[in-house]
Structure formats: C-alpha cells, structure tokens
Design a protein. Structure first.
Length: 224
C-alpha cells in the first residue's frame, strides 16, 4: 500500500480547499492517473492532514466516492481504492459498449455548425493527448484517454449519458489497473483519431464500428 500523504496526494493545505467537491476531484484525479492504485488504503487521519479539513468532511467525500464505486468502505478496516473483480470489469466495459455506440452515433449525426464546433473540441483534446505522450507523462495520458470518451458523451448532448460514462470511464480505469497485464492497456491515440475522422465525415456507422473495436481492444487486457 502507498502512503498517500507522500505519494498520490501531496499535501496542499495552503490551496484553500473548502468544498467536498474539490476534495473529491483531487482524490478522483489521483485515482484516475493511477497515483493511488487499486487497494490503496485512504485513512481519514491522512486525508484530514492533507486537506486541512474536518473528519466529517472527509467522511462525506469517502461516502461519495464509495457511492460511485471508486472506493470500498470496509467495516472495521477503513476505505480502500476499489479493486473491481474480473467479472465486474467485463460488465463495466459491456455497459460502455452499449452507451458509447449511442454517443458516437449522436456526435456523427450532429447538424452543422454544431458538428464542426464539436470536432474542434475533439481535435483540441487529441492535441492534448499528443502533447502528454510527447512529454512522456503517463498519468496525464491515462487521464486524457479516459476524458476523450467523456467528452464524446458530452458533445452528444445528453447530460445523463455524460454522467454515466464519466463514472464508467473511471471505474474501468480501475479495472485495468487491477487486472491488466499488458503494457498497452490505455487508449490508442490512432484509434481515437480514426473515430474522430469518422465523425467528421458524418459516418455514424463507421464511428460506432471503430468505437466498438477500440473498446474491445482495451477490454482484452482484463480478460487475459
């Protein structure tokens, strides 16, 4: 287990963190970038010290994270970053396939000028991914790879699907961190580019096909 005070969550008392949401986002970011690997214990004492807030506030954040399936609260043991089972991991990816086939279709079918604006945001995101890879920043690469899928859902225009996909993305990231043995477990940049190009052409069927192939490629690493 990692000591989160010195590894995943460096102390930031001077940052003026006030709300549970801000603390939630900090812990989520550390989990998403695998600075807090599956199984890491999150002690209330450490979190109180790191964020300079009350124990009651920390407990609210831990409860919220547990409700999202990102940490496990174990009686008499404490809070741990979640470790999805292999069966749960496969189920999570199946849910993503169902939803992301729809979000890819919706973005490809956007009327002009909405599609041009959406593609401009996707292109900007792809450039961020490329910059992270050039800078060899593995944490940022993992986070941005997941955010690509959340952004596609956001651009599809359905906030309910966006919220669901956002949670599924981070939970499948935990699944990969728990079970994957291959090195190429993150989203392939070339596959993201191909998906965006299909959307640019307004070819919803191709965008869906590429998205499904992309997700199938990732899920293989938790099935092996």
């Amino acid at each position: 287990m990692l000591d989160i005070e010195y590894s995943g969550l460096p102390s930031n008392k001077a940052s003026g963190l006030q709300t549970e949401r801000e603390i939630f986002e900090r812990i989520l970011g550390a989990i998403a970038e695998r600075r807090l690997p599956p199984g890491t214990k999150l002690t209330e004492e450490s979190l109180v010290d790191i964020f300079g807030v009350t124990r009651a506030r920390v407990r609210k954040v831990l409860l919220l994270l547990s409700q999202r399936g990102l940490i496990a609260l174990e009686p008499n043991r404490g809070a741990f970053v979640a470790q999805p089972s292999r069966a749960e991991s496969i189920a999570l990816f199946h849910a993503r396939r169902v939803i992301e086939s729809e979000t890819a279709t919706l973005v490809a079918a956007l009327p002009e000028p909405a599609r041009t604006l959406a593609l401009a945001r996707l292109d900007a995101h792809l450039e961020e991914e490329a910059q992270a890879r050039r800078a060899e920043q593995p944490g940022a690469i993992i986070r941005l790879s997941g955010e690509f899928h959340r952004l596609v859902a956001e651009l599809a225009g359905n906030p309910v699907l966006t919220s669901i996909i956002e949670n599924l993305v981070w939970r499948t990231a935990l699944a990969l961190a728990t079970h994957a043995t291959r090195h190429d477990t993150d989203c392939s940049p070339s596959e993201h580019i191909a998906i965006v190009d299909a959307m640019r052409a307004g070819d919803g069927a191709k965008a869906v096909h590429l998205m499904m192939h992309h997700l199938d490629h990732i899920v293989l690493s938790v099935q092996e």
